[in-house]
Design a protein. Structure first.
Lengths: 163, 98
């Protein structure tokens, strides 16, 4: 077993386990903490795929930003923090069936797809990513900046009180 | 190797889908959506490694940024709903039901 295989098995186990706990935890706070672990494990997968920059972005934006604002939202909307009310709705059986069917469908396609061996040689580098972002993709990059500003302004506008 | 990454991503996607379908709380549903989008990012980066090159990374980068905006706006909407209706249980938000 090579090092990458070993790392993949370990990180994938953490990722899938944390994901299951995200959807099954009875306390929404615990859910968010498991989500943070799942997102960090995803960053680990990115590292295994030699996408170091994306792993950093993942940890900073997701595990840092998203988890923080979700925790804020829970504190603002749960009247009894830490309560363990029934978190599942009546769709739990149907949801399990649909999720299993979707996984089976994707897995069937993946397992039958004619995937060639990974190309030899180094993959993309962070330096090349930066150059391409500010060269071919500069327009999309700038539009993304506008989108971020618009979304933040919209969120502040929606969430503020009227007075 | 690519196959293994794709299967892990498929598993995370299915788990997220289950969360979206089974959670009562709107924030719990958003967490499920996060998991699903995260699975897509794993696919994109895996494809980048398997030959797609920089395009996969750039798509993943844009996905991450757009997901963050989606969460910010989504949670703002949840907070407004809570302020108006005093609940964030998706089953109780049926104003539009005829």
């Amino acid at each position: 077993m090579t090092g990458e295989t070993l790392g993949l098995v370990a990180v994938a186990a953490v990722l899938v386990g944390a994901s299951v706990l995200v959807v099954l935890a009875r306390n929404l706070f615990h859910s968010v903490l498991w989500l943070a672990l799942a997102l960090v494990a995803t960053a680990g997968l990115f590292l295994l795929l030699h996408a170091e920059f994306l792993a950093g972005v993942q940890v900073l934006l997701y595990a840092g930003g998203v988890v923080t604002i979700v925790v804020f939202a829970i504190m603002l909307t749960e009247r009894l923090v830490g309560q363990t009310l029934r978190q599942m709705n009546r769709g739990i059986g149907g949801g399990a069936v649909v999720a299993l069917a979707v996984f089976g469908g994707i897995a069937a396609v993946v397992l039958r797809a004619p995937l060639g061996p990974a190309p030899a040689g180094p993959g993309p580098t962070t330096a090349a990513l930066g150059a391409r972002l500010l060269d071919d993709w500069v327009l999309a990059f700038e539009v993304l900046g506008v989108l971020l500003v618009a979304a933040l302004l919209g969120a502040v506008y929606l969430a503020r009180t009227d007075d | 190797m690519l196959r293994a990454y794709l299967l892990v991503a498929a598993a995370v996607f299915a788990i997220g889908l289950f969360g979206v379908l089974s959670r009562r709380n709107a924030i719990g549903i958003l967490l499920g959506i996060e998991l699903m989008l995260n699975a897509v990012n794993i696919n994109l980066v895996a494809f980048a490694r398997a030959g797609a090159g920089l395009a996969g990374w750039i798509l993943a980068l844009f996905m991450i940024a757009i997901t963050v905006t989606e969460v910010a706006v989504g949670l703002a909407i949840v907070i407004v709903i809570f302020r108006v209706r005093r609940t964030v249980e998706a089953d109780h938000l049926d104003l539009l039901r005829g």
